[in-house]
Design a protein around this ligand. Structure first.
Ligand SMILES: NC(=O)c1ccc[n+]([C@@H]2O[C@H](COP(=O)([O-])OP(=O)(O)OC[C@H]3O[C@@H](n4cnc5c(N)ncnc54)[C@H](O)[C@@H]3O)[C@@H](O)[C@H]2O)c1
Length: 275
């Protein structure tokens, strides 16, 4: 069965969780994927590797990818990106807002306004800008029939789905991360508010709250790794998560199998927040 007949759009797709999500869509036979990131070389690398893996013979019916590098905090770039998606694929069905930044890890009085704005501009404001642009497209497009309709009963058609990547740190806090925690709590709040506002348009909006996941963000230096040892131990499972474990949550929330899941903050953290 074709689980993802529509168009997937993934921000922050050059590496880490975003690249795993783009890969997950391609593995799940989503044939139209748009990806973006500020890291141009890495983004083109992800694009090439997905095409090599999933459409090596350049089958016109197979995987097609639009890869457009740019800064997701720029409103003109977001317009350019979504216009390009619309021009190439005609619609947006599954938006995944992944692009994010983690630093600096310092207390409120130790960070300046530029650092505060940097975190919030990428993690929250850019996710809002992308959601707003995608929602304009989604609300104007015809709904897609559910791929699950031949399972014996009909699920409602869907105009679109948005999954925001928040964080366990949007639900609980840790030392020295006030701007980051607040930006991720904002993403959870935005998810719930958009879910309420766009339910009547047959659009679902959910978010995933990852725990500590092994990516550049958590492994870029020995200092960063050491700073996370205690946090990893808080989670009963006592390990970092893998990017694929987050991609699986996103794929579920984006799919017809989550047709009644709305405004949810799905925590995938090895048990961190229950401890
Ligand atoms: N790794 C973790 O432990 C963890 C935990 C909870 C939440 N998250 C969230 O998951 C998301 C992905 O993080 P990751 O761990 O894969 O980190 P990562 O640093 O590997 O990936 C983040 C991506 O976002 C891109 N990005 C950053 N600023 C951008 C901008 N201005 N314009 C365009 N792209 C930009 C980066 O280039 C990078 O490719 C982030 O939102 C992060 O906050 C990560």
């Amino acid at each position: 069965m074709d689980h993802f007949p529509g168009v997937a759009v993934v921000t922050g797709a050059a590496r880490g969780i975003g690249a795993a999500i783009a890969t997950g869509f391609a593995e799940s036979s989503c044939h139209r994927i748009a990806i973006t990131d500020i890291l141009e070389t890495e983004l083109i690398g992800v694009c090439k590797s997905l095409l090599t893996r999933f459409n090596p013979k350049d089958d016109p019916e197979g995987l097609t990818i639009l890869a457009l590098p740019g800064d997701i905090t720029s409103e003109p770039f977001i317009e350019e990106f979504f216009n390009a998606v619309k021009a190439k694929f005609g619609r947006v069905d599954y938006l995944i807002n992944v692009a994010g930044v983690g630093k600096p890890y310092r207390r409120s009085v130790e960070i300046d306004v530029q650092e505060f704005d940097f975190i919030n501009n990428v993690n929250y404001r850019a996710a809002w800008l992308c959601s707003r642009t995608a929602l304009r497209i989604m609300t104007a497009q015809e709904p897609l029939a559910s791929p699950g309709n031949n399972e014996g009963w009909a699920r409602p058609a869907q105009r679109g789905s948005i999954v925001n990547i928040a964080s366990q740190l949007g639900l609980v806090s840790r030392p020295g991360a006030s701007a980051y925690c607040a930006s991720k709590a904002a993403v959870i709040g935005m998810t719930r508010a958009d879910a309420i506002d766009y339910s009547k348009d047959s659009i679902r909006v959910n978010c995933v709250c990852p725990g500590i996941i092994e990516t550049e963000m958590t492994t870029s230096s020995g200092v960063v790794r050491e700073g996370l040892v205690d946090s990893i131990d808080i989670a009963p499972m006592g390990r970092m998560g893998n990017v694929r474990e987050i991609a699986d949550c996103v794929l579920f929330l984006s799919s017809y199998r989550a047709s009644f899941v709305q405004g949810h903050a799905m925590v995938a953290d090895g048990g961190y927040i229950i401890n």
